[in-house]
Design a protein around this ligand. Structure first.
Ligand SMILES: Nc1ncnc2c1ncn2[C@@H]1O[C@H](COP(=O)(O)OP(=O)(O)O)[C@@H](O)[C@H]1O
Ligand SMILES: [Mg+2]
Length: 310
């Protein structure tokens, strides 16, 4: 058996530690095998281990499980079961083999429009399900939380993961006030809320983060490059965010950035997703009506790729 991190608890039977897949805000995700399953590939599972000795954390974990555990969707990582030890909670999930979408963009560079749309449509399908069917919001949509079934495929299937910040929004809950998620994908109102203590609509903020994901897939860098720089210095400059995002124009996107051949319909769609005013931002209904979003070029190209065996 592979050497495991000494911080990690022993996994309960029938799971055996194989490797560490990733670690983040309050958990570690490990690759494990189910000893009762003979086929070594089928035996693989991913287990998110969350340290939960305190009441607050138990509440947070319960929320993640309540939302993620109840979801069944073709583009959301399936949860098989959960277990608890004295100090930890484990979420046993299907192991998704292809790695993070973030690493794929990082390794191969920006995607052509048709491929970005193919992935974005899967993401929006998952988000529509979370917002409409589950009446919840994810609040941490980013390329690091999207994993690929098979990274080598030209038209990969994606899965959204990490429901650590997700919330249900029933009638008893108003707009959210907490500042969670990842600054590179933050909607401007989350940062504004930080500055002025305002409330914001988490579902609208999710749409912005999806727009940021599409942007990164197409351009290979974040919409608010300036913010990243400021963040390194330990602060986020709210004003700087507003400068470039409303008008997604190639020449203004990033100083010194070489031209990316992206069509006007795509740029128009992006600028409506990255609209700083949440009230004017595209809604789910608007997204499904958009010409660029509805374009089926990827379907034709997939058929050609299938014929060519790619
Ligand atoms: N079901 C899974 N299959 C394969 N890899 C996974 C799975 N779930 C998570 N991972 C990997 O572990 C990383 C961290 O998982 P995540 O749920 O995002 O936790 P955190 O809250 O720590 O960010 C992900 O970015 C991904 O690389
Ligand atoms: Mg994560």
């Amino acid at each position: 058996m592979a050497k495991k991190d000494t911080q990690l608890p022993d996994l309960p039977e029938p799971y055996e530690y194989v490797d560490t897949l990733g670690s983040g805000s309050y958990g570690v995700v490990v690759l494990a095998k189910d000893a009762t399953v003979k086929d070594p590939e089928k035996a693989k599972v991913a287990i998110k281990i969350i340290r939960a000795p305190q009441k607050m954390q138990v509440q947070a974990v319960a929320r993640e499980l309540m939302i993620h555990g109840a979801i069944k969707h073709p583009h959301i990582v399936p949860v098989h079961r959960c277990f608890s030890t004295e100090e930890h909670i484990g979420v046993v999930m299907e192991y998704i083999r292809g790695g993070r979408l973030f690493d794929m963009v990082n390794n191969v560079g920006p995607f052509p429009e048709a491929k970005a749309r193919w992935i974005f449509r899967q993401l929006m399908d998952a988000v529509r399900y979370i917002h409409k069917d589950m009446n919840s919001m994810h609040r941490d949509i980013k390329l690091e939380n999207i994993i690929l079934a098979d990274a080598k495929k030209q038209w990969p299937t994606i899965y959204l993961c990490d429901f650590g910040f997700a919330r249900t929004r029933g009638p008893q809950f108003g707009p959210t006030i907490s500042c969670v998620g990842s600054p590179n994908y933050f909607a401007p109102e989350i940062l504004l809320r930080n500055a002025k203590n305002q409330r914001y609509d988490g579902k609208k903020a999710d749409i912005y983060s999806c727009g940021a994901c599409l942007f990164v897939m197409l351009f290979g860098f974040y919409p608010q490059g300036v913010v990243t720089k400021d963040r390194k210095a330990g602060k986020i400059d709210v004003d700087s965010i507003y400068i470039e995002i409303p008008k997604v124009q190639r020449q203004r996107l990033h100083p010194g950035h070489k031209e990316v051949p992206i069509g006007p319909e795509c740029l128009n769609f992006l600028s409506q997703l990255l609209e700083p005013d949440p009230e004017k931002r595209l809604t789910l209904e608007g997204i499904w009506k958009d010409r660029w979003f509805r374009d089926n070029t990827h379907r034709r190209r997939r058929k050609v790729a299938a014929v060519l065996g790619r």
